[in-house]
Design a protein around this ligand. Sequence first.
Ligand code: PLP
Length: 380
Amino acid sequence: MKFIDLEAQQKLIRGRIEGNIKKVLDHGKYILGPEVRELEEKLADYVGAKFAVGCSSGTDALLMSLMSYGVGAGDYIITTPFTFIATAEVVSLLGAKPVFVDIDKNTYNIDPGKIEGFLKNPLDPATGKCINPGSIRGIIAVDIFGLPADYESINRIAEKYNLFVIEDAAQSFGAEYKMKKVCSLADVGCTSFFPAKPLGCYGDGGMIFTDDEQVAQKLKSISVHGKGGHKYENVRIGLNGRLDTIQAAVLLAKFDLFPKEIDLRQEVAARYNDALGDKFYLQVVSDDCISAWAQYSVRPKGKYGKTRDDYIKLLGDSNIPTAIYYPKSLHLQGAFQSLSYNEYDFPFSKECTGSIFSLPFYPYIKKNEQEEIISLLLKN
Ligand SMILES: *Cc1c(COP(=O)(O)O)cnc(C)c1O
């Protein structure tokens, strides 16, 4: 059994993928070829955003979004400690400081109440001093495992404190919050096309969405070395952050299947949910959300006497792979040592990282494979 079987999908559309790649080989426009524009238009339409900018990865999507707001040294960006390193890494890369606030214990997403709590008394843990409110620039919310964060509350707080909001929707492309698609829920939405993400290409790629024309134009410029009117006029510092034409061609073939795959993901998740809720804490998806289920993650309920390691071994003995997203909260990572957080600063994030693990999950996983996993997990 595979943790994510990308071949199952490829088998369905191999001909279309090869046909699209062949078209690129024939026209030879490897950089910003017509497929990039076509994909940007299709995906902007799908999420309900006015503008889309293809880019080199989800990480660069986040980095360039912060650059478009001029984030730099002395600035602070609020985010969650329960995420992939990229979310906070890009903040530090620009010389700004990430500040973490804890997650909600049911959704594992950033807790808006705790954002407001921080803003009422914004201390920098490294200095113990109050942060000048003008230096707190924005919030990066993460849709962990594909579940949208609580954007209504986050946006309300952001408006009150004059902050921008960036969606890290790297795991949640295709998900919905109150009838709207992710990547249309904040000032800027960033996603990733890393192969294992819900909509993945065959290499690195990403996309940024916004309704703000000025931001979109800046992003276009930043993604091509800060270009101005033409290629060799440079009006700002940028990077090489473009989406490859070949990756756009692959994505166009895969996108035809994608809405159907989001539906299949709901069926797969429902089968796990129905079976596992007594014995495990499940990620709670509220009625007004549809998750993209990038990962299906559970935490053992202590009263059954088995730990995460026990279950991982139990499944491993039957050659069933599992993964741990994430074994360490970002506030405890060596890379962020200089931020001076303490071990117990974010108890829910710490609790999750200590107990969570993920089960094999992809749209084409077979019912009998899920049944095997479930019966092993429910055994004694
Ligand atoms: C994957 C991921 C990223 C980075 O995306 P890449 O395309 O791998 O650079 C950023 N944030 C989160 C939450 C992710 O899961």
